[in-house]
Design a protein around this ligand. Structure first.
Ligand code: SAM
Length: 221
């Protein structure tokens, strides 16, 4: 039986990697990376020389077949994304579904670690025994429904947003959930980490236009 390890990697600070993740990255025959150049920064910091191969959400079926063949030949593989936990708004699920459906004799094991959404929830102070994660906000189709549903939601809601759209999304939050408390986490674990707390209009005022850089997790109470 061969192993496919689904390994969480840092969301910014390269020290946020577990000892087990480093050991497994050293021991496997090949690391499947969303972007090999991005993962090489992590591998070179820890002097890991394991070969890499790209695997991302748009990888074709022949790439998936190649991965399945490697596993069937007894190779142990690791899968990482650019940052955080693979499969969480990131590549992974399609490959895993294929391997399970094809009844390939492989053990699929998680190596847990950082995820932006969980890191944000952990410092929110909002109820987290029951929460909803909505991935990325739809750009066009479904955007209005997204915010309408959010306004009716009783549970803490978390989603990801890009720097290009955070202002637009704050405008929508001002319209649909003006009275709800929010936590907006920018650049978690990085130099410019900033946590904004307050109602949508308060947070919008705090996020000065020159700060609209970096990556964001938005939480709504
Ligand atoms: N799989 C990843 C995880 O487990 O965190 C998420 C991947 S998703 C493609 C990338 C999005 O996660 C970014 O656009 C941003 O919304 C959020 N994100 C990732 N790193 C972050 C960070 N350091 N601070 C804030 N948000 C982050």
């Amino acid at each position: 039986m061969t192993n496919l390890y689904i390994i969480a990697t840092p969301i910014g600070n390269l020290e946020d990697i577990t000892l087990r993740a480093l050991r497994v990255l050293k021991e496997v025959n090949l690391i499947l990376c969303e972007d090999t150049r991005q993962t090489k920064k992590l591998l070179s910091k820890y002097e890991i020389n394991t070969p890499t191969m790209s695997y991302h959400q748009h990888s074709k079926l022949n790439k998936i077949n190649k991965i399945a063949d490697l596993l069937e030949c007894g190779k142990n593989l690791a899968l990482v994304s650019d940052a955080g936990t693979p499969g969480i708004s990131d590549p992974g699920n399609k490959l895993i579904e294929y391997l399970i459906d094809s009844k390939i004799n492989v053990e699929i094991m998680p190596i847990p670690g950082p995820s932006a959404v969980i890191s944000a929830l952990s410092i929110s102070g909002f109820p987290t025994d029951n929460f909803v994660f909505l991935g990325f906000v739809p750009h066009k189709k479904g955007r209005q429904t997204f915010f309408e549903n959010l306004s009716k939601e009783k549970r803490t809601t978390a989603f990801y947003e890009s720097p290009h759209r955070i202002i637009k999304t704050l405008e929508s939050l001002k319209k649909y959930v003006p009275e709800k408390e929010m936590v907006v986490c920018r650049e978690l674990t990085k130099i410019y980490e900033t946590i904004y707390r307050g109602k949508p209009d308060e947070v919008a005022k705090k996020i000065a236009p020159e700060q609209v850089k970096g990556e964001f997790v938005v939480l709504v109470h």
